[in-house]
Design a protein around this ligand. Structure first.
Ligand code: ADP
Length: 297
């Protein structure tokens, strides 16, 4: 409903912009008919015409951009609210059950396990939102120290395996030659974890993820995270790195998430003098994400 009314406002502003430009143009044609003999008045009219048309185009562009931004922020608030509410509601339900019923020891242990997993999910969402704020603020500079990249990747792979209960051959790490980067360990860990978690999250039940590191041109090292999951439409390959953006229709909006992970990945890559991008043959054909960082000299 909200979406339809937003689309209508975008169409309305574009139509209004187009209408205004036509009126201005018609006025100019009238001006030319009246003033065709006087050269400088014609030139003045042309200047005014170009200024007015430019103003209307810029105005329409900014209005449409603001509407789109609002739309993304609404989607983000909905996703975050959902991500915050769901684990809290689940923890509450388990606590109520524990409080009101006699539960045997084994069940009780299961309940504690689920509550711990829910609180981890809650913490992860909060941390993701806070990290986006930190990375976005220019005043907080990264804390660069020498890091053994393979060691950090291994750590992140182990973390994801434990979090999603995945066997080592379903999430496989092929380490390239040992390489040291100068980086903020916390930021690089966050970026890698986002990529590896996504590869698992968007693979559904058939998790076959490979993570590998390899030097590029002697100056950079690339971490490639390849999955055989949901895949990404070609038109979305750049969009997904924008803040709050989630691919509509495919796995993206059905699987829990906030649309912040890849924004963090790209911001971390930029802050470290590297870059990040996605490759995919299309929907249902898996994806590969690459994080490329400079090697320490
Ligand atoms: P989130 O996963 O919380 O939605 P991200 O910023 O990590 O946010 O990802 C943005 C979108 O990119 C996701 O919603 C999803 O549509 C798409 N995406 C990310 N990683 C993958 C992947 N490995 N396979 C398919 N789609 C992906």
């Amino acid at each position: 409903m909200v979406d339809v009314s937003r689309r209508k406002s975008v169409a309305l502003f574009i139509a209004l912009g187009g209408g205004l430009i036509s009126v201005i143009f018609l006025l100019y044609v009238g001006w030319v008919l009246f003033q065709w003999r006087s050269g400088w008045l014609l030139a003045l009219g042309l200047l005014l015409l170009l200024t007015l048309i430019g103003g209307v185009i810029v105005n329409t562009f900014f209005l449409v951009r603001e509407i789109r931004r609002n739309e993304q922020q609404d989607a983000f608030i909905n996703a975050v609210t959902h991500e915050l509410k769901t684990p809290v509601a689940s923890i509450r339900l388990y606590l109520q059950t524990l409080q009101t019923r006699a539960i045997d020891e084994d069940k009780r242990k299961d309940f504690y396990g689920v509550m711990l997993a829910d609180s981890d999910r809650l913490l992860e969402t909060i941390e993701q939102v806070l990290r986006t704020g930190r990375i976005g603020s220019r005043s907080r500079r990264p804390n660069f120290v020498p890091i053994d990249l393979n060691g950090v990747v291994e750590e992140c792979v182990d973390r994801t395996r434990a979090l999603y209960h995945i066997a080592a051959d379903a999430l496989f790490f092929r380490a390239g030659p040992e390489v040291t980067i100068r980086a903020d360990a916390d930021e690089v860990r966050a970026a890698l974890s986002n990529l590896i978690d996504n590869a698992v999250k968007y693979s559904g039940n058939d998790v076959r993820v490979t993570v590998e590191t390899a030097p590029v041109n002697g100056n950079y090292v690339a971490v490639r995270v390849r999955d055989r999951g949901a895949g990404i439409p070609r038109t979305e390959l750049k969009q997904i790195f924008k803040r709050f953006h989630r691919v509509p229709g495919t796995g993206g909006t059905r699987i829990p998430g906030t649309g912040l992970g890849l924004f963090i990945v790209r911001s971390v890559a930029k802050r470290h003098g590297g870059r990040a991008w996605a490759e995919s043959e299309g929907v249902g054909r898996g994806s590969t994400f690459v994080l490329q960082l400079p090697i320490a000299r």
